[in-house]
Design a protein around this ligand. Structure first.
Ligand code: ADP
Ligand code: MG
Length: 335
């Protein structure tokens, strides 16, 4: 007869890591979201060998005090929610208290942080959750090295450095596009590849999607019955042969959602044909109670309470904007 036994904590975290930590890019997404939740205004990302060898994220956020730092790597430890009501109205990117526990179970992980007002910084690692004194002017530095060093079966699924870097670049752009007020920098193997100064939504969209897109995009800004859709969507003259330029956010979170994708396809159905795809950076905002973001640990899936109403709203907002006779294209850049 098989015997039932409780799994050790590390193994539980490693199993959970299968869902949260698919590849370096998923680590990067979680760390960027943590930095944003900490109120950072400048975030620097340094990757080595596609992020497989090292991901290092430096932020100027609120930091973590000594007592919290001891818990940061524990599973189900979060500063972001405390009750079901909090979960239903969650305004932060994170809330599951899982990412750091999962990441540190499959990679060498160090966190150095200095809380505001603290006389110095503290540091913990995957091996030692007891904080040790460290030096740092402020904010937090998270270093994740040798992803999947202890789980070879998972390591095999990682692709070449350049493929993994490509995924990291995607993850970085998705986060950066939604937070134009925050400055970001991305470097790879010691070279700075992308530097984004804090600015407004238009400037950030231009940096991420390019001048060509902005010259042939319309400003979307439609609000009705508690819903708002704003951002930029390409006119038919601009189309891509792939879906790379498609960014859709729900309450600041990048999502891939069937209802939304269908509404967008329908909105473009009469004006784009064949293998041509629109590009867009669109932000849907609604009451957090109207959308469940706790569908999957990676949180790129959501469930809408009123899917039909959302579909109609997105479809109409877009068709109306794209069909408007007056060219509301974005102004040319000032050079
Ligand atoms: P979650 O984000 O779901 O709360 P995480 O495992 O990602 O869970 O992080 C655990 C906790 O560690 C967070 O709730 C937060 O208090 C703290 N934390 C993580 N990263 C940072 C950071 N860059 N700055 C400040 N606090 C952080
Ligand atoms: Mg988090």
């Amino acid at each position: 007869m098989p015997t039932i036994r409780k799994l050790p904590e590390v193994l539980i975290n490693q199993i959970a890591a299968g869902e949260v930590v698919e590849r370096p890019a998923s680590v990067l997404k979680e760390l960027l979201e943590n930095s944003l939740d900490a109120g950072s205004k400048a975030i620097e990302v340094q990757l080595t060998q596609g992020g497989i060898k090292q991901l290092r994220i430096t932020d100027d956020g609120c930091g973590i005090d000594k007592e919290d730092l001891a818990l940061a790597l524990e599973r189900h430890a979060t500063s972001k929610i405390a009750s079901l009501e909090d979960l239903e109205a969650v305004g932060t990117m994170g809330f599951r208290g899982e990412a750091l526990a999962a990441i540190s179970s499959v990679a060498r992980t160090k966190i150095t942080s200095r809380a505001r007002g603290a006389s110095h910084a503290w540091k913990v690692s995957e091996r030692d959750h007891e904080p040790m004194p460290a030096a740092l002017n402020g904010g937090t530095v998270v270093e994740v090295e040798d992803l999947y060093y202890n789980t070879p079966a998972r390591r095999k699924f990682m692709k070449s450095d350049s493929t993994e870097y490509g995924h990291c670049d995607d993850a970085f752009r998705r986060v950066a596009l939604a937070r134009p007020e925050v400055g970001f920098q991305l470097s790879h193997n010691g070279r700075v590849n992308l530097r984004l100064a804090p600015g407004d939504a238009e400037r950030r969209a231009r940096e991420i999607l390019g001048d060509d897109f902005m010259e042939q995009a319309r400003v979307v800004d439609v609000a009705a019955s508690g819903l708002r859709l704003f951002g930029f969507a390409s006119l038919p003259a601009y189309a891509r042969s792939n879906r790379d330029g498609q960014y859709f956010y729900v309450n600041g979170r990048f999502v891939r959602d069937k209802i939304i994708q269908h509404a967008l396809r329908e909105a473009y159905a009469d004006i784009l044909h064949g293998n041509r795809h629109p590009a867009y950076a669109l932000f849907l905002e609604l009451d957090p109670a109207g959308v469940d973001v706790n569908v999957h640990p990676a949180k790129t899936e959501v469930r809408f309470r009123e899917g039909r109403a959302i579909h109609q709203f997105v479809f109409h907002a877009l068709t109306r904007t794209l069909a408007a006779p007056v060219q509301a294209a974005v102004a040319a850049p000032v050079v």
